[in-house]
Design a protein around this ligand. Structure first.
Ligand SMILES: [Zn+2]
Length: 472
């Protein structure tokens, strides 16, 4: 097994990133140690590495990390995981005890949730017998995971229906919808070109809205894998540059690319993930310690990242209107799919009486065009795959929160929200507190606010406030 090139060097590291960590203030020392642990874990994970998604930090590894890495490489993974779990437990306890100036509180709270998520993921991978709800709660940094209300589901069904009829798409039965997509399918070369253009354009429009300069290089690479995703963006571990893996599927899980799908995903990948991660990369080593440049798929930040990925066209002025009718349909349909699957995800993982049959019935009731094969794959992933059991629910929670916020915030409010979210990492309770603060200024709120959105937001805020009281 070759050593991944994640340990590449970078010239502009701050002295505290390459020298000993003893001289550091305690919170910075903590971040340093946390990123060391994640990197070691990444190395020993072997071929199916997944604990680090983006590596935006690109710092030199410390000598300790190198030695530990060597020492662990030939040990059984079960033992290695215990080493990691012990280290993360110690670190999490230290983080809980740490006191920092108020201005550094946000980052420490985030780091605490992120370390805790890694700890729970490592325990899950070791085969510990964990309660499913505890596992989802701790990996996602949400005290009380709740189903999306029928009001929000109904609202979103209305959005899908409107977009569907405007696009002339028939989705009365599975066959209708699949036929429609097949007729409009584009070939691989065209799909790659359209996706590349859509990513570039979405990136530019979001940057213009927020006043950002410059654009990072990125590549689009075709892959053919049995996975739920159409595009996966991460950093190339050799070069550090951003890569979009465009999935054309395999025989078992084929992917049909249409022009509308490339528009939707151009915004999701380019207008959100690429944009926010490129911004993060600029902040690493300056305003943010390197630890915050290591994102994880299993961690609490995915609620923000995937929530925005799905809803970004609703928040950037003019973005949604610039989509074709088919593109609009995909945006709305993806959100509805996430909400519906998310509710079924919580039920199947917490209610022993909720069977696979109930799962299929619940999904097809709201999404009659969803193929049964796909639902069956999703059931396996959401109950048997430790990464996806934690991660896939984030799409639902994130879509819900931003759908609600989109119906409350004005353009000014949305802009302030996005800028703040781009400036550092957030867990969902931090996002809600931020939105609550922004809403105190009337100019950040729409002149006509949807009453259902406000009551949903109110109950989310009450929920985090009561949990905070609980924790004092
Ligand atoms: Zn995404």
């Amino acid at each position: 097994m070759a050593m991944p090139e994640i340990f590449r060097t970078r010239q502009n590291v701050l002295p505290w990133e390459s020298d000993g960590i003893r001289v550091l203030p305690p919170d910075l020392a903590l971040y340093h140690e946390a990123s060391s642990i994640l990197k070691v874990w990444y190395v020993i994970q072997g071929n199916d590495r997944d604990v680090i998604d983006f590596d935006l930090a690109g710092i030199t590894s410390s000598k300790e990390v190198m030695i530990l890495t060597q020492a662990l490489r030939n040990e059984p993974y079960k033992y290695q995981k215990t080493v990691i779990i012990d280290a993360l437990t110690e670190l999490h306890d230290a983080a809980l005890d740490l006191s920092v100036p108020e201005k550094d509180r946000h980052n420490l709270d985030f780091a605490c949730a992120q370390i805790n998520a890694s700890l729970w993921y490592a325990r899950k991978l070791r085969g510990d017998d964990l309660d499913n709800l505890d596992y989802i709660r701790n990996s996602q940094g949400v005290e009380e995971p709740k189903e999306v209300s029928p009001e929000i589901i109904d609202y979103q069904i209305g959005q899908v229906e409107k977009a569907r009829s405007e696009a002339g798409i028939t989705t009365d039965t599975i066959v209708d919808f699949q036929d429609w997509r097949k007729i409009h399918e584009i070939d691989q070369e065209e799909a790659q070109k359209e996706l590349t253009d859509a990513i570039t354009s979405a990136f530019e429009k979001r940057s213009k809205f927020l006043g950002y300069k410059g654009a990072p290089p990125f590549g689009v690479k075709p892959v053919y894998v049995n996975a739920y995703y159409y595009v996966w963006i991460d950093t190339d571990k050799k070069t550090g540059s951003f890569t979009m893996q465009q999935n054309f599927g395999d025989i078992e899980r084929p992917k049909v690319w249409t022009s509308g799908k490339t528009e939707e995903l151009g915004w999701h990948e380019g207008g959100q993930h690429l944009s926010r991660m490129a911004r993060r990369q600029q902040l690493i080593g300056r305003e943010l310690p390197a630890f915050f440049g290591l994102t994880t798929v299993h961690g609490p930040e995915q609620i923000i990242e995937e929530g925005l990925g799905q809803t970004i066209t609703l928040l950037v002025p003019g973005a949604y209107d610039s989509l074709s009718p088919e593109g609009k349909f995909h945006v709305q349909n993806t959100i509805l799919r996430s909400l519906v699957y998310g509710n079924a995800h919580l039920r199947i993982n917490t209610d022993p009486d909720f069977s696979k049959g109930d799962f299929i019935k619940y999904v097809t009731k709201h999404l009659p065009w969803e193929p049964i094969d796909e639902i069956e794959e999703q059931i396996i992933e959401r109950t048997k795959n430790p990464l996806k059991q934690a991660y896939l629910w984030a799409y639902a929670e994130g879509a819900k929160v931003f759908l609600v916020l989109n119906n409350i915030l004005s353009v000014r409010g949305a802009k302030a929200l996005l800028k703040e979210l781009d400036s550092k990492p957030f867990i969902s309770s931090q996002l809600l507190s931020l939105a609550n603060r922004l809403m105190k200024d009337r100019k950040n709120v729409r002149a006509q606010m949807s009453p259902w959105a406000y009551s949903e937001f109110d109950s989310m805020i009450k929920n985090i406030e009561s949990n905070q009281l609980h924790n004092v």
